[in-house]
Design a protein around this ligand. Structure first.
Ligand code: MN
Length: 263
């Protein structure tokens, strides 16, 4: 009896991943994601994709590309197996629309969102909106998140959109070399504002590629900010992992090898 009760309370309710930056040029990372869908995701009740699943997304008509179709179908199989799949857009795949959502069988959520898992109320976000020290990026974000800008961009031929995105990616890589580490991290005041606005004391986000558990305050004002890792299995020093919440509301972090992180 005791064993079954403890099994029940430790059953994973929800899984959180972000920043896989999936692309055909990264076959091992892709395989790691497909394996995660086959194994961990199917044991959960909910799977939250918190942004930058794709290295870039040029529009839902790019589902014709076999690679993108394969990823959408793999997520769809998880969804069809009874797992609820949720999506928050990242700064690289914010052009994902209803076409992809339908193909993948997932539900799109606003950034940030407040959810309740295992009795625990928490906020989830991609994390780029809190990087307010990067003024140039915030300006770019405000522009490209406008429905009118997106409609105009999506009206361009797919090949032209891909060429523009390739140009922006190259430019952004150049710029990041000259930006300080602080500018590319979340701003503490922006994080506090998110906690206040959502009336939560737990936040899970990605984007910064700095996996961590940050504690602030104490007692009733204690807040915990979990940062998801990015995934990169096509290099020697592999990175990846996820966060799990069980039926008792306990939050656990796992590394690229599936081992629980205890810090
Ligand atoms: Mn990002």
């Amino acid at each position: 009896m005791t064993a079954s009760v403890s099994n029940q309370s430790s059953a994973v309710l929800a899984l959180f991943i972000s920043d896989l930056h999936l692309q055909a040029a990264h076959p091992r990372t892709t395989q790691a994601f497909l394996a995660f869908l086959q194994q961990q995701a199917r044991q959960a009740q909910q799977l939250y994709l918190l942004g930058d699943l794709f290295e870039y997304w040029a529009g839902d008509d790019d589902l014709e590309t076999p690679y993108n179709r394969e990823i959408a179908e793999a997520i769809r199989q998880v969804s069809d197996s009874g797992v609820q799949v949720f999506w928050i857009a990242g700064n690289r795949d914010f052009l994902v629309g209803d076409g992809f959502a339908q193909a993948a069988g997932l539900s799109m959520l606003p950034d940030p969102s407040v959810i309740t898992v295992g009795g625990r109320r928490l906020a989830i976000a991609h994390g780029d909106a809190q990087c307010t020290d990067d003024l140039a990026y915030m300006e770019f974000r405000a522009q490209v998140r406008q429905p009118q800008w997106q409609a105009q961009f999506l009206a361009l031929p797919l090949a032209q959109r891909k060429a523009i995105i390739a140009g922006v990616r190259k430019e952004s890589q150049e710029e990041q070399r000259h930006k300080s580490m602080e500018i590319m991290d979340v701003n503490p005041a922006a994080v506090t504002a998110l906690f206040d606005a959502t009336a939560t004391n737990t936040l899970i986000h990605g984007h910064t590629h700095r996996p961590a558990r940050h504690l602030s305050g104490d007692g009733e004002t204690a807040r915990t900010r979990y940062v998801l890792p990015d995934w990169e299995y096509d290099v020697k020093a592999q990175r990846g992992g996820w966060i799990a919440i069980d039926a008792a509301g306990v939050i656990r972090r796992f590394g690229h090898d599936g081992q629980e992180l205890t810090d």
